[in-house]
Design a protein around this ligand. Structure first.
Ligand code: PRX
Length: 665
């Protein structure tokens, strides 16, 4: 199985030399989940397991069935009603958590803000009233395009409070990417900010938002937070369309009852890259999602009442939704939000924050860990990290070297590491250790969470034996599962639920070892994972082909030691076009193409390498053979080339690659 990752090649050796880390005795003794039998009990009756957990939510009307219908169109907690903002905020204000910090915010400048549950409640209610005054009604979609500021959390919860599904678009996406999502979701209102701080610079969010909205007719109003302090109004938009956040909030009442939502009402839509150029609006609903993220958060991160918990993900990704906001706040936790990057003003920024806030649980991505490794152990060594009790990893397979470095230099050898596998579509963590009872092996996400069913199947749908690779599938419904793709249920069914009858196809390859541990191998489809960001090869190809000089493009993810994957683009130029003469490209054109992709999608999608080629390797039926391009970009011997229409094409590309050296430009 081709995975676009050198991990599989190394896995045999790895499995042999693997060390096993038992949960430290002191940790295990105090862990929230201490009884290993929980796995058998949950497997015997998954519905009973989830029902038991559901008693921890505040319901406005009890449900009648834990699970109704058949996959993929199931209904969890059918007949029940609750409100997510009520569960994440209001109910905590009725007891001792009232004055507990809900959010600890650290601005890039170093300014900090503590927002208690009671303060958060008032802000959310105010914002909900502002949205209502802008005409947002239950069921209307609201776009959110913001940085890591507390107001982003307030905005999301305000939407939940009035039953308006939000669609958060990562602040690193371009105006065009934003517009596409706003139009697809038919957002009525967009919430943004004048600018966001990043490494001391200002990212022009409002400018992008204004340009996006001009081509997105469903958006009627734009609510603008003044974060930078510059005049908030964008010249490009009619003044009447823009509303000043600070002013509107000052005028709004704090009285706003929570809308009773059906369990299956939509909580949010989050766009993610699939295998076509068009991003998919993944739909998550109310009760099951909330239950899934709250339960996994409490069990996997071993949450204690006085913990300071920090998940470093941006609110624009699913990890930000599930494990910065909804899971932690539903559990009444204190969750940290940091506005900036790990290297600003110094490369010890995260460790200074851990020290200052006394962070107990830290959850980040392997690409970030590998970046820290490159910066060296002296950065964390200067900070007091003794408050840390547990570490987490998410977003891509973690290589054992990074796992060991994390364990030693961040965890001081004493903190268990939870390597959590999941996806935008799964909503919640699916494969992970429970840190008090599951021994860990560096590089393995270990085993499915209780009541979660996972298998690795071969092409015929049969489970592969220990050590063999195959397709990772999920075998039974789980409460936080995506319910559909917004506006395209047919694609949802086809993509995830058709390959193996009744089972969810993850798109990831995996192996299971003799102990039943899962080893993730990366994507088996045309989805890339670049620094933990999910991108489709087709999306980037479309952006390249949109450039006046480009005739055709093929994009692949090649192995990269820090980012996991880097983007390599193979480009054929038009015979006549700016910068390209007869198919030959210049360095100037390379730079221009990178910039073009950055403008179309966002800086995260800019190719790392660009190769110009007179032709792309294709099969006789005209299909581009990405597998061969991957071999070329990773400097490997070429795989089977017998189906190629013209074998000379890859040979010349390979020579070009070797001449340029890896990371050619
Ligand atoms: O390939 C898997 C990888 O990230 C993909 C999901 O990406 P996204 O929907 O953007 O969500 C990222 C955050 C949950 C998966 O299909 N992935 C995520 N976590 C892991 C992982 N691969 C290996 N190990 C993980 N812990």
């Amino acid at each position: 199985m081709a995975t676009g990752d050198s991990r599989e090649d190394r896995l045999d050796a790895l499995l042999e030399e693997t060390r096993v880390f038992a949960p430290p005795a002191a940790f295990a003794a105090a862990a929230n989940v201490r009884d290993p039998e929980v796995y058998e009990r949950a497997a015997a009756d998954p519905a009973a397991f989830w029902a038991e957990q559901a008693a921890g939510l505040r319901w406005m009307r009890p449900y009648t069935d834990v699970l109704a219908g058949a996959v993929p169109h199931v209904r969890w907690f059918a007949g029940g009603r609750l409100n997510v903002a009520d569960n994440c905020v209001d109910r905590h204000c009725e007891g001792p958590r009232r004055n507990k910090a809900a959010l600890l915010w650290v601005a890039e400048s170093g300014e900090t803000r503590t927002i208690t549950y009671q303060q958060l409640q008032r802000e959310v209610a105010r914002c909900a009233n502002v949205l209502r005054s802008l005409g947002v009604r239950r069921g209307d979609r609201v776009g959110i395009y913001m940085g890591m500021v507390p107001e982003a959390v307030v905005a999301m919860l305000a939407c939940a409070r009035i039953g308006a599904p939000h669609t958060v678009v990562f602040g690193g996406f371009s105006a065009e990417a934003l517009r596409e999502r706003l139009v697809d979701a038919q957002c009525k209102v967009l919430i943004t900010q004048d600018g966001a701080y990043r490494r001391g610079n200002v990212v022009a969010l409002l400018q992008n938002a204004a340009s996006a909205v001009r081509g997105a007719p469903p958006v009627e109003r734009v609510l603008v937070l003044r974060r930078i302090g510059a005049p908030a109004l964008a010249a490009e938009l009619p003044a009447g369309m823009q509303v000043d956040w600070q002013q509107a909030m000052a005028d709004a009442s704090t009285d706003c009852p929570c809308e009773p939502m059906d369990s299956e009402d939509v909580l949010y839509i989050l766009y993610t890259s699939g295998t076509t150029g068009k991003p998919k609006g993944i739909v998550h609903t109310t009760a099951g999602y909330l239950l899934g993220v709250a339960t996994t958060h409490r069990w996997i991160f071993d949450l204690k009442e006085d913990d300071v918990y920090w998940c470093t993900a941006d609110i624009g990704w699913v990890t930000g939704h599930s494990y910065v906001l909804y899971g932690p706040l539903c559990n009444g936790a204190t969750t940290v939000l940091y506005e900036g990057t790990p290297d600003y003003p110094g490369r010890d920024r995260h460790w200074r924050i851990v020290e200052e806030l006394g962070v107990n649980v830290y959850y980040t991505a392997p690409t970030t860990i590998r970046t820290f490794m490159r910066w060296g152990p002296q950065e964390p060594a200067h900070a007091d990290l003794s408050s840390l009790r547990l570490l987490g990893s998410v977003g891509e397979p973690i290589n054992p070297e990074a796992w060991m470095w994390y364990h030693e230099h961040i965890g001081g050898g004493r903190c268990p590491i939870v390597d959590t596998w999941w996806q935008t579509e799964t909503g919640m963590i699916m494969i992970t250790p429970l840190p008090g009872i599951v021994p860990t092996k560096p590089g393995s996400a270990t085993r499915p969470f209780p009541a979660v069913g996972a298998e690795v199947l071969d092409e015929r749908g049969l489970p592969v034996g220990p050590g063999a690779g195959g397709n990772l599938v999920l075998t039974q419904p789980w409460p936080a599962m995506a319910r559909t793709i917004f506006g395209d249920d047919e694609r949802f069914v086809r993509q995830y639920w058709s390959r193996y009858s009744g089972k969810y196809l993850t798109g990831d390859g995996a192996r299971v070892d003799a102990d039943g541990y899962f080893w993730l191998l990366g994507r088996v489809d045309d989805v890339m994972n670049v620094s933990g960001h999910r991108l489709s090869t087709y999306e980037i190809e479309s952006a390249l082909v949109d450039h006046a000089s480009v005739a055709e493009a093929a994009v692949i993810g090649r192995f990269d030691a820090v980012k996991g994957q880097a983007i390599a683009a193979f480009v054929t130029l038009k015979e006549t076009g700016s910068g390209g003469v007869g198919g030959a490209g210049t360095d100037g054109l390379k730079a221009d193409l990178k910039q073009h992709v950055g403008r179309k999608i966002g800086p995260i999608a800019r190719p790392d390498d660009i190769f110009f080629t007179a032709e792309l390797p294709k099969t006789r039926s005209g299909k581009i053979m990405r597998r061969l391009l991957r071999d070329i970009a990773e400097g490997r011997a070429l795989g089977d080339t017998t189906t190629l229409a013209d074998p000379a094409v890859v040979q010349s590309l390979k020579e070009q690659y070797e001449e340029a050296g890896e990371g050619a430009d």
